[in-house]
Every structure is written in C-alpha cells, then in structure tokens.
Design a protein around this ligand. Structure first.
Ligand code: ADP
Ligand code: MG
Length: 255
C-alpha cells in the first residue's frame, strides 16, 4: 500500500526533492517521446530460491500508442507494469521513457519523474477515504510540498470530464465502484503523464460499469495523447488497444 500511495502522490520514500533531468540528448528521435524496454528481467527471491518472473522482455511503444499486456494469472503482468512504472527495479535490463534511462537516475529524480510523467490506475481505486474527491484527484500535484499552478482547476476539469462535476466535495465512500474508478483515472491524468499504466482497471467492476469506464479511459487517453499500457484478463479491454503483448514463461510475444 505504501508503494501504491507513493505512486499516487509521486513522493519518494525519503521525501527528497531532486529534479528529474535524465533526458539523454543522444537518444534516437523515435525514442525521445516513447517507451523502450530492453531485455528486462525480474526475479524474486523466495525462501532462498530464485523465482524468475520476467526473462528478457523487450518492446518499444511510440507516443500516444496503446498496448494490452495479457497472459494467465501469475505470468508477470503486474510485475512488468511495476518495473515500467518505476515501482520495482528490474534485476537486469533497461527502461527508457521520453529519453530518460529510468534506472540510471538517482532516487529523488526517479521519484519526481514518476510523479510527473507516469500515471497509475490499479484494480482498487486507492482513493484516500478522509479526503474529498477533488483533494484526492489533486494529490499528485501536492507532491514535493508545493501545489502546482492551475492544478486545482485541472482536477475539477478532469472530474467533470469523467462525469463527476457535481461530486467534488464528496468522500470516496459516497460513490459507487464505477465512480471511484473514474476518479482514479482522473487522478492518474492530473499531471499530464506521458505514460498511463493500468493494472486490471476494470477487474472489480460489473460488465456494464466496466464498459463505461473503458470507454472513458480510451477517450481521455486519446484527448491527452498519453501512452497507455493495460494489464488485463478482459478480451474486450485488450481488443481496444492497438497492440497486444502476451506474456508466457517470462517472455513476451506480440500477438
Ligand atoms: P500477474 O499480474 O500476471 O498475475 P504477477 O506479476 O502478479 O502476475 O506475479 C508473477 C509472479 O511473481 C507470481 O508467481 C507471483 O507470485 C510472483 N511475485 C510477484 N510479486 C512478488 C513479490 N513481491 N515477491 C515474490 N514473488 C512475487
Ligand atoms: Mg496482476
């Protein structure tokens, strides 16, 4: 949960406040705005034994492209999203986002980049119960202690775009599951991220509510021009993405 909360707010665990300046001026032009994973591997050590989950995953995504990550439960979809989203360091390999080699950045710069360039939507909304919807959506702009100019207006505008204009002062408990997930989508987009990562975003919703949330997700993604990566079991959701990446035995295959 700490990991998720810091993902939502973008703060680093050490509270440091360093500017992300990892942009590599020498990056190829097609990489400058996109995402590149090169030979990404991730293993966990459990009871002294090594469990390899990702074994050399490579792919490239262009600006504003959409990609579904599919595969059976336990195939490493969430692990891949965590590594792409800087929540979990890979055992080997590199991830480059908009020209920055993420895991070569110092921790503070990485936290700032996570806050400014990456939005997360999880299966659970992780809205903070004691805060209003407006405050929750504003949360990513409050990281690093200063509220960014125009952020409050942007939060209200995003909540209007997800159909919650008249709920700004409501607490999460006063909303339905679908409404909470729409607020989580608004929160993820607050800082205009280059990359939106969604892990089973409709996994807790009934079919009709999931379909409405999916429509909204793709509409906002198009309007905002963010890259979108969705890990999902849902064939319908996967079919909405321009590309599909299948995970099997720790490797990926473009379907
Ligand atoms: P998926 O999202 O496709 O269901 P996950 O990425 O959650 O798959 O998990 C892939 C494998 O990695 C599973 O075997 C899971 O138990 C293991 N795993 C995930 N996170 C951890 C962790 N923090 N520690 C140990 N094992 C983990
Ligand atoms: Mg998962």
């Amino acid at each position: 949960m700490d990991e998720v909360r810091s993902a939502a707010s973008g703060t680093s665990t050490d509270g440091s406040d360093t500017t992300a300046k990892g942009a590599d001026a020498a990056a190829a032009p097609e990489e400058a705005a996109g995402l590149t994973a090169r030979e990404v591997s991730k293993s966990f050590t459990l009871g002294g034994r090594e469990l390899p989950v990702l074994r050399g995953v490579s792919f490239r995504l262009q600006a504003a492209e959409t990609l579904a990550v599919v595969g059976p439960s336990g195939s490493g979809k969430s692990t891949l999203l965590h590594v792409l989203g800087t929540l979990e360091r890979p055992t080997a390999g590199t991830v480059t986002l908009a020209g920055s080699d993420l895991y070569s950045l110092p921790e503070g710069a990485l936290a700032r980049l996570r806050n400014e360039r990456i939005g997360f939507v999880f299966q659970d909304h992780y809205l903070l119960p004691q805060y209003s919807l407006l405050e929750n959506v504003l949360m990513p702009a409050l990281a690093f202690r200063r509220e960014r100019a125009g952020a409050r207006q942007r939060a209200a505008e995003l909540l209007a775009r997800v159909g919650l204009a008249d709920r700004l002062g409501h607490r999460p408990a006063e909303l339905s599951g679908g409404e909470r997930q729409r607020a989580a989508i608004a929160r993820a987009l607050l800082n205009r991220p280059a990359l939106l990562l969604c892990d089973e975003p409709t996994g807790s919703l009934d079919h009709a509510t999931a379909a409405a949330a999916t429509d909204l997700l793709f509409e906002l993604q198009r309007q905002e021009g963010a890259m979108l990566i969705v890990a999902t079991h849902s064939r319908e959701l996967a079919a909405r993405c321009a590309r599909r990446l299948q995970l099997r035995d720790g490797q990926c295959f473009e379907a």
